[in-house]
Design a protein around this ligand. Structure first.
Ligand SMILES: Cc1cc2nc3c(=O)[nH]c(=O)nc-3n(C[C@H](O)[C@H](O)[C@H](O)COP(=O)(O)O)c2cc1C
Length: 174
């Protein structure tokens, strides 16, 4: 499917076949594309939580106005973000750049985000929105749309479990 067809035919699916199961390979393919999404300064601040445990799904559903999609979709991706990714070894985001370029950008990152809570929050929303679009359009390509549901949680990774009021669970991508 080409990109225009994917954009034109994408829909927010409400009814899922709870018996359908995406393969591990499909999930890997999908998430490998999600992490190619752009982020400002390449800080890759999104954190994707793949919720696979049925009991946890029920908890997320309860926190999501009891929407059936949360438990019935084959894959549930919670999009959250590390609001402090920008200050965690920022050299690694530019490790393949010329040293002068890397130094300039790492310095710019600190200046852009340092002490600015609102900017950090805005960046989380931007990055998660971009990644969500990649996920949705990629899912269309493989006709996975009837299997994928996403929940946006704006909170600082790793505190998303507190916000969701669910027990922490380990399945985190990447
Ligand atoms: C940030 C965001 C949150 C949404 N939340 C829900 C939701 O909780 N439940 C739901 O069924 N659809 C949700 N939607 C889907 C919208 O209702 C849907 O995109 C809109 O009605 C247009 O329909 P379409 O996506 O099929 O073109 C959400 C969409 C966005 C962008």
């Amino acid at each position: 499917m080409n990109v225009i067809d994917a954009i034109e035919s994408r829909r927010s699916v409400k009814a899922f076949d709870p018996a359908h199961r995406m393969s591990e390979e499909e999930i890997q393919q999908l998430m490998s594309l999600a992490v190619l999404s752009p982020t400002a300064f390449n800080i890759q601040n999104w954190r994707f939580v793949l919720v696979q445990d049925p009991a946890l799904r029920e908890q997320v559903r309860a926190a999501s106005w009891n929407q059936a999609q949360v438990t019935d979709a084959s894959l549930l991706v919670v999009l959250t973000a590390d609001l402090k990714a920008w200050e965690k070894e920022p050299n690694r985001y530019w490790r393949n750049a010329e040293p002068a370029v890397r130094d300039y950008l790492v310095n710019a990152i600190a200046g852009y985000y340092g002490g600015k809570e609102q900017v950090q929050r805005d960046e989380a929303m931007r990055s998660c929105g971009m990644a969500a679009t990649t996920l949705m359009l990629s899912a269309k390509h493989w006709a996975m749309t009837p299997a994928l549901w996403m929940v946006f949680i704006l909170t600082q990774w790793p505190n998303c479990s507190t916000c969701l009021q669910i027990t922490p669970q380990p399945c985190l991508w990447p």
